[in-house]
Structures are given as C-alpha cells and as structure tokens.
Design a protein around this ligand. Structure first.
Ligand code: PRP
Length: 212
C-alpha cells in the first residue's frame, strides 16, 4: 500500500501509528521523500499537500482536518486520530473584536476556510494568502488580523495577538483514496480497524468499518 505521511508536526505520531499497525518503513535519510519496504511505500509531502497526493497516488494518508477541508478534495475520512489537536482561529492585536473586521485585511494560510467563514458571518474583508509565519503580517502592517492555527497559544502571545474567534477545531485524520477504498477493500478495512484500536479510538473505528 502507499501511505502519504506529512512532514512536520504530524510526522512522528503518524509514523508511530504506522509502526503500531505493523507497517515498518525505515526513514533512513531526512532529505529523501519516498521510501519503500516489504511491498509498502511511503510518500512524505508537506502537510497541506497530503490530500492531493492521496487523491492522485496514495491509498491512505494522514492529515489535519484543516488541510482536508481547505483542499476541497473528496477523500474518505474514516477515522479521527488522537493527535494533532489544535484550532483555527481569528487572531488580532488587542482591542479588536469581530465587529471591527469589516473592510480589514486578513492574512492566512487557509484562504478557502477563511473566506467561507467570513462570508457566513457577513464580514467583508480582503484575504491575503501567505505560506507561513503569519504573525509577521499584523506586526509589519500588511494585514490587520490573521486566521491561523493555535496549539499552545505561545506564538500568538509572543507576537502580541489575541484570539477573537475560533473557526474550527482541528485534529489529525486518516484519509483514504476513494478508488483504493474499493479496489483494496480488505487491506484498507483491516488497516483502519487496527489503526483505530491502536489510536485508542475503537468506537469510531467500528462505526466506520461497518460501512464497508
Ligand atoms: C503554526 C501556526 C503558528 C504556530 C502556533 O505554525 O501557524 O505559527 O504553529 O502554535 P502554538 O500555538 O503552539 O504556538 P507552524 O509551526 O506550522 O509554522 P508556519 O506558520 O511557519 O508554517
């Protein structure tokens, strides 16, 4: 099977989960992005590209629920995993609240979710797409607020920002290619079942494996 595992924050737990399900693939070189062993392959893109790689070449991937929603890609998401928990929120310098956002510039790595949320809240703001280190945007004046991930809140506090609204909770999720779901039915079903047990999420696992 082909596994799509994100480099970065979710990688360590994702590799542990693979290992717990009996899939051993040695990542022997940090700069190499594909590895294969015993008939399995592992592909290591950036977290936000996991849905794309899972759709085009992968069977099973791990990504944050934010990356899945942001991608708009139709993957089967059978199992919420017990790691990667954080939230996506609107952050701004002290003194701002939601009523102040109309007509402002908001920087984000999540333009799709941000636009949808602002539209549904009746806020008209200009969205600026950035790729990281978003906290720089208000500090340098290129944006008034940001929509960003908050985990411990440390980065936000160090950059004098406060959380004015949570948009969504985030956690790691298993994603499955819709074609593989049918053509590799047994292997995938078994993997989800074991991953669910290993992740301490047996109930969810049973709920979804019952669908096959
Ligand atoms: C994320 C996010 C914040 C930080 C929040 O960035 O964009 O900067 O983590 O974490 P905290 O609440 O625990 O401080 P990431 O490390 O993914 O880097 P990037 O924004 O540069 O991509």
């Amino acid at each position: 099977m082909k596994f799509v595992i994100p480099r970065g924050r979710l990688m360590e737990n994702s590799m542990l989960l693979l290992k717990a399900t009996g899939i051993y693939i040695d990542i022997y070189d940090e700069r190499k992005l594909m590895f294969g062993e015993n008939g399995n392959e592992i592909i290591l893109p950036r977290a936000r590209d996991v849905p794309v790689y899972t759709e085009y070449v992968g069977d099973i991937g791990v990504c944050g629920t934010d990356s899945l929603v942001e991608s708009g890609i139709d993957l089967f998401a059978p199992l919420s995993l017990n790691f990667g928990k954080c939230r996506l929120s609107i952050l701004a310098p002290e003194g701002y609240d939601m009523d102040d956002l109309d007509g402002t510039d908001i920087a984000t790595k999540h333009p799709v979710i941000t636009e949808r949320y602002l539209n549904s809240s009746g806020i008209r703001a200009n969205i600026i797409s950035l790729n990281g280190s978003l906290e720089l945007a208000p500090e340098t004046g290129i944006a008034d607020a940001i929509v960003d991930i908050v985990q411990t809140g440390e980065t936000m506090r160090k950059n004098h920002l406060v959380e004015i609204r949570k948009i969504m909770d985030i956690q790691a999720t298993l994603v499955v290619n819709r074609v593989s779901q049918k053509t590799k039915y047994d292997e995938i079903n078994k993997f989800i079942e074991i991953a669910g047990e290993m992740d301490g999420n047996r109930k969810l696992c049973e709920k979804y494996t019952g669908r096959y």
